[in-house]
Write a new protein. Sequence first.
Lengths: 497, 331
Amino acid sequence: MALKTAILRMQGISKSFPGVKALKNVTFEVEKGTVHALIGENGAGKSTLMKILNGVYQADEGDIYLDGARVTIPNTRAAMNLGLSMIYQELNEVPEMTIAENIFLGREPKTKLGTVDFKKLYDDARQLFASFQFPYDVYDKMKALSVANMQMIEIIKAMSRNAKLIVMDEPTSSITDKEVGILFDFIRRLKQDGVTIIYISHRLEELAQIADRVTVLRDGETIDTRPMAELSKDEIVRMMVGREMTEYFPKVEVPIGEEVLRVRGLRCEGVFHDVSFSVHAGEILGIAGLIGAGRTETLGAVFGLHPYDAGEIVLDGKRIRIRGTRDAVDHGIVMVPENRKAQGAVLIRSVGENITLPHLRRYRHYCLRTKAERGDVQRQIERFRIKVPDMDCRVDSLSGGNQQKVILGKWLLVTPRVLILDEPTRGIDVGAKHEIYKYMCELAAEGIATIMISSELPEVLGMSDRILVMANGRITGELSRAEADSEKILRYAMEGT
Amino acid sequence: MNKKISPMQILKRYGIILLLILLVVICSILSSNFLTPTNIFNILKQISVVLIIAYGECLLIIAGQTDLSPGSVLCVSGVLSAMAFVGTGSLVLAIVVAILVGALAGVCNGFFVTRYALPPFIVTLGMQITARGIALFVSHGAPVVIGQESFKILGQGSLFGVPNVVILAAVLFVVAWFVLNRTSYGRYIYAVGGNEEAAKASGVGINKVKVIAFTICGALSGVAGFALMSRMNVGQPNAGVNYEFDAIIGVILGGASFSGGIGTMFGAVVGCMIIGVLNNVLNLLNVSPYIQQIVKGLLILIAVVADAKSKGQGGKSILMSKFQKKKQEQA
């Protein structure tokens, strides 16, 4: 169903990364002068596809046609020259420079002497502002603008480079509703001028307002491209998740015991609000939601990594105060962080040192490296079958799966009361994943209360006894293992967005 | 990657020593006065003060921090200590004053670095200038003259022919080594320098660890200040300039990484000895002090290049990476 007026046609695009096939024979077509939404779950391949279009990645297979002509895009500069522009979630502006300077950064007009021609720079900027009816002064500093306005500046910048096609990655993720309206007006004006927009977003309500057509990606494949007007929200959700559960989860249901941890009204202004939940001994509580829903921050607060303004944390019926990670560890609340490299382990130190780091008080303070310490480390290495030449080798010499097991070994040297796992299987191979699931079940059987944050729906559904869904820093739904399915979770995850 | 690498690991650990031995051999050939007991004790005496500072710097650099103030802190502690001694005649009080003043400067450094999340470079540079100013102010810019002989006991006395200050440096080395290698605090130092976020997420109170490290470095600067003033038997407000740089160069030369998480006390000592030997032999050979400075400057560059090159390769010392290259070429 080739479109007659297709400005862009990406055909048969495949792309693999070590261990993952990110895109499988994806075809993606965009009509000129439309707003085309690209949606899919976390990890469906949206970003990879757009990075290929923008020259950040190279496709392993497949062709890109622009206005009917085949093009190669070896780098971002080539993409820019072809009139392609990408606006990322994180903007890269220089806050202390004026708006005009930001627009022409790196390509300032020059005088004959080779100095910057500021007169022309500001004149050009003023012209751009006028043509886009942008109500700011070109001499204003960039930092005076709101995020939405900065985004518009990014668009203006793209337009000043004669962009024909602009990709916007979650442009509304960090702006207010009012600003969304301003941004949408702006996008509609661009459309009238014949500019094409590819719009990546999770927010289905917004798509209904702005998008003409929508393409759904799932697990690196194109599911369908349909006019937005034909689709209901439910249909889109179904297209996004309609996958068979091919992965096998070694879930063992164990009797659920007493309540271990209860969180009441936990709040951090602007990050998470009135979060209340509880978790019981032997239970695996899954926390689902889209990236940016505030899950990591909320549980980070329970572990003392993230500040909170109000709320209480109750352990075994007693209210406890968590002012830092030390307090949490002392109370037996531990957390395996989402980002292994940044927070999980001290990569340049040894496996042994990492495993005993939180527990050094167990040994005689003034005499470490004793048999007791090394014995404990050896036990953890054997228990979690960590593949290491010896306990003195550096953590960064291990594979991702083994690194994750080192972190597990660290927190389970002393049996915790509450184990928080943040994306426990992200970026590790299938074998190690399966092992980690098995350990989770074993630990639950020991009576540890487990909280698992995960963006992978099959994992959440396969491993959890109970599932909480968060959106915009609030809990929007709670589902038992029996009643949960992908559609319900996704519907809750998109609630209020 | 298990047994095969062990000769390399030996080299990695002892490469810096080989460099020192090589340097000693070359020096003995170049100057007949070099390898005499008098000269050796002379070198040791000279480096003792820098060594005492280097233990503190070593802790800080491994923790991913740095301290530019010890030279000045040493001076203000030494001067105040000398004044206390002149005022009361109590040697004990003089020593206590030196240590306390140093520790106080260290606490201040640590407080500003952790409380306001400032870079140690700037904070300790401020301390360097402030401390020097205080030393000059309290002494009115003139040396504090000490009449009695007893003040000299640490700097000029000796026990069984070994200078007291060398004994002190040796004892402090053992303590410092123990703290770094055998206590929880030492582990925290490595963890904070290796990955601050991960240390925090493992329940380590990173700010406490840093403040203590700055305090130790300050207290050691105080001890060094007393040792130096005692050797000169005068409270000299211009003493100790750039001592922190000698200490830092020694620590880095000894295999510590400026980005933190890697380094040893032993390496720091050997690194300082290399500098001491180099200074000494250049003096013995009557090399102009200007050229000495050039040599030292180049040494810093070499040390930093070696640090950068070894990044991500397990923090090998300079010699190590050279040997490895040779081996790779042969293979």
